[in-house]
Design a protein around this ligand. Structure first.
Ligand SMILES: Nc1ncnc2c1ncn2[C@@H]1O[C@H](COP(=O)(O)OP(=O)(O)OP(=O)(O)O)[C@@H](O)[C@H]1O
Ligand SMILES: [Mg+2]
Length: 328
């Protein structure tokens, strides 16, 4: 039986390498992510499985002691479930401090109220995920980070964020530069001392640097891989098509598509074979449209629901095929 990692160019990876596992809810993202983690750790890599999925199923799957507690589950295989609420509060507090520092007029705003307003702001959750992701890229104590992503819509917004932020930060920076030069001109004309540094401009430049670095990492195929998972059914396949399209437009490498819970001959008896075959060929088409084409792995239905690392090990007997390249 092949291993899933055969579908990934692990030789060319720069470390730490981030593998994001995406796909519709319930298709097997956690299972596939854990299987990759298991295989990579068996190859002697230090792997961290980090779940950003708010559903928090990783806790139960691996019987972790609780969120935000990183545990070594097997030699070289660590796992952690992030809890967005906890991280969000910290980020919101940081933002409200920053706001009060940069805009003294806001001093009257209570910190509690500011945190609440920021916490409820549209897009804030994505921002928190982005923060966690950027911290994961900086880990030096692991070789590979497997990210179990939140639902597709959120995951795709998170990977789009660095580019969007850069657009806004750049406009704001231009605006601030104008303001600063007017301030200088006025101070000069009035013979007042000129402040050396503008804190707002400094902050905007720092943000620009951070988002540029993150975008560079995400669009470097040696640094970031995406694995898209679907079961052979119309809606999960449609989500993989959406993921492939979005990633292509962002320049992020889709490295592998995994068709999970494939029934094969069993589908015939259940009257599913037409749907399954049609779904598999749609996945194959989506794969071969991409440039370069990702690999495709077929994983059979185990006949029961894997729910432990032991089951993930046994999943190895159900990996039917790993296809690479596209002919014609
Ligand atoms: N190859 C397989 N054969 C049989 N059952 C499977 C297989 N892969 C996953 N499952 C089962 O399918 C269900 C969904 O799998 P998993 O939890 O890995 O998906 P997920 O995409 O992470 O789901 P969620 O979006 O809810 O986090 C689980 O009950 C799991 O045990
Ligand atoms: Mg999951």
């Amino acid at each position: 039986m092949p291993w899933l990692v055969e579908g990934l160019d692990t030789e060319g990876w720069r470390l730490p390498h981030v593998v994001m596992v995406m796909g519709k809810g319930g298709v097997g993202k956690t299972t596939v992510g854990l299987r990759l983690a298991y295989e990579l750790s068996r190859q002697g890599r230090r792997v961290l499985v980090a779940s950003l999925d708010p559903a928090g199923h990783l806790l139960e799957y691996l019987r972790l002691p609780g969120p935000l507690r990183e545990v070594e589950k097997a030699p070289g295989l660590r796992a952690v479930q992030y809890e967005v609420e906890g991280v969000a509060r910290k980020v919101a507090e940081e933002y409200s401090m920053l706001l009060r520092r940069l805009m003294p007029g806001l001093q009257a705003l209570s910190i509690e109220r500011a945190v609440e307003v920021i916490r409820e702001a549209p897009g804030f959750e994505e921002e928190v995920f982005l923060r966690i992701l950027s911290q994961l890229y900086q880990r030096r104590d692991v070789d590979i980070v497997i990210v179990d992503t939140p639902p597709t819509g959120i995951a795709l917004r998170v990977v789009s964020l660095p580019g969007l932020h850069l657009f806004w930060v750049e406009r704001l920076r231009e605006l601030r530069e104008k303001i600063v030069s007017i301030k200088y001109a006025i101070a000069n004309a009035m013979g007042r001392p000129v402040e050396a540094d503008d804190p707002v401009l400094k902050k905007l430049e720092e943000l620009r640097g951070r988002y540029e670095a993150l975008r560079r990492e995400m669009t470097d195929p040696a640094r970031t891989s995406v694995v898209a998972v679907a079961t052979p059914e119309p809606l999960p396949v449609y989500e993989v098509e959406v993921i492939a399209g979005k990633l292509a437009s962002l320049g992020i490498a889709l490295k592998m598509i995994v068709a999970n819970r494939v029934l094969g001959e069993r589908a015939r008896g259940l009257g599913f074979s037409e749907v399954e075959e049609r779904s598999l060929s749609r996945l194959e088409e989506a794969r071969c449209r991409a440039d370069p084409p990702p690999s495709m792995a077929l994983v059979a239905h185990m006949g029961r629901a894997p729910s432990s690392l032991g089951d993930v090990e046994k999943l190895g007997d159900y990996i039917l095929e790993v296809r690479r390249g596209c002919s014609g």
